[in-house]
Design a protein around this ligand. Structure first.
Ligand SMILES: *Cc1c(COP(=O)(O)O)cnc(C)c1O
Length: 377
């Protein structure tokens, strides 16, 4: 009995308080972001890209929320992600594997009703063979490379693919797609180049629906929308392009606990390598998040966290499990053991921290790690 009480107390303590950090995921804001994209796209449909655990936010919760908003097309990158997601979604939801299948997964994929994106003649042959054995029609999406040289049928394979289609096939092509490399930059010439190449492909493969736009593409205008858009980052509150106005609502906030505070004299070394030396008497706080929690190590002596709107610069190197911040700007005693500082929230957006780290919002989100207490609202 006593031990039962202890266990339940411990559980409460680790879920409601005492965590090293609180990652809050606002599912209502996610829903509003989806609805905003839907209204920009209508009558074109909005799918959702939920690869990499929905950019780190939890693919299951995110996909179920979006399903509730009417989303029926879900894109993951890898087959294993589709396998995990399949049981949580109703049968009228389709799951597409953007990277396609590695050899050996065909039967499992067919059995689970998961749809591969075919990116090459090699993947085409592999899926066609799977469709031949039990003589059944197997669905697939064809992805074309329009100038990114990453995934998709390269130009040289198009004639052979067209010939294979003319010869007849058991592969049922649901739609064709391509991916924009520079849609986050509305002025990039590459957008127009890729659009022109997609138009040529549409002529060579007539009669198929087209999926083209990612988040940035939604904001490039109707011409880029096809019949099904594939937004990812915009759903999760990231800026779809480099424009000044941030059209999406933040979905993620992150508060991290203070482990220890101290006052050090001028000339004190802070962190690994003694890389930071204080110029004056300085008050410091050690916070319970490091690069293993998605606070990039390159934020050493660069980034900041916030407390009640006041900027607290990161000093010294970011450690694996902690980082040290300068709290001299705060009134003495304002921040103590157990206080929470804002890493992502009202004063620091995803784009802010990504800029300081020399990276993009996507990498910040997918790096957040699993040591925070996650709260879905
Ligand atoms: C990741 C990805 C997307 C989503 O891109 P965002 O910029 O996050 O909107 C769409 N399509 C493909 C093929 C992708 O790989």
């Amino acid at each position: 009995m006593d031990s039962d009480i202890l266990v339940s107390r411990t559980r409460t303590a680790t879920t409601a308080q005492g965590a090293t950090g609180y990652l809050t995921i606002d599912l209502a804001a996610l829903g509003r972001n989806y609805r905003k994209l839907v209204s920009m796209l209508a009558p074109v449909r909005a799918g959702a890209v939920v690869k990499a655990d929905a950019y780190g936010l939890g693919a299951e919760r995110v996909a179920r929320t979006l399903y509730g908003e009417g989303c029926r097309h879900f894109f993951v990158a890898q087959f294993v992600e589709a396998l995990r997601l399949r049981p949580t979604l109703a049968h009228d939801a389709q799951i597409f594997v953007l990277n396609g299948l590695q050899p050996g997964n065909e039967l499992a994929c067919a059995e689970m009703g998961i749809v591969p994106v075919l990116n090459s003649l090699a993947q085409w042959r592999q899926w066609s063979a799977a469709a031949r054995i039990p003589k059944r029609r197997l669905p697939a999406v064809l992805q074309f490379d329009t100038g990114m040289s990453r995934l998709g049928f390269p130009k040289e394979e198009r004639a052979q693919l067209a010939a294979a289609l003319r010869d007849g096939t058991n592969v049922e092509i649901l739609f064709i797609m391509s991916h924009l490399a520079s849609a986050d930059d509305m002025d990039s010439e590459q957008n127009g180049e890729q659009f022109a190449e997609m138009s040529r492909i549409a002529d060579e493969f007539p009669g198929f629906d087209i999926s083209f736009a990612n988040s940035g593409g939604v904001f490039l205008g109707d011409a880029y929308h096809g019949v099904l858009a594939r937004p990812g980052i915009a759903l999760y509150g990231g800026a779809p392009n480099a424009g000044e106005k941030k059209p999406m609502e933040p979905v993620v906030s992150l508060d991290v606990s203070v482990v220890q505070t101290r006052t050090v004299p001028a000339g004190a070394k802070v962190g690994y390598g003694g890389a930071h030396v204080t110029q004056r008497e300085t008050r410091l706080a050690t916070i319970a998040a490091g690069y293993a929690d998605g606070l990039p190590r390159c934020l050493s002596d660069r980034g900041a966290v916030y407390f009640k709107g006041i900027r607290l610069p990161i000093v010294g190197r970011v450690s694996m499990d902690s980082a040290t911040v300068d709290i001299t700007a705060l009134p003495d005693g304002a921040l103590t053991f157990g206080s929470l500082v804002e890493v992502l929230g009202r004063h620091q957006t995803l784009e802010d921290i990504a800029r300081d780290a020399g990276t993009i919002s996507y990498e910040i989100l997918t790096g957040l790690g699993d040591r925070y207490d996650r709260q879905y609202r």
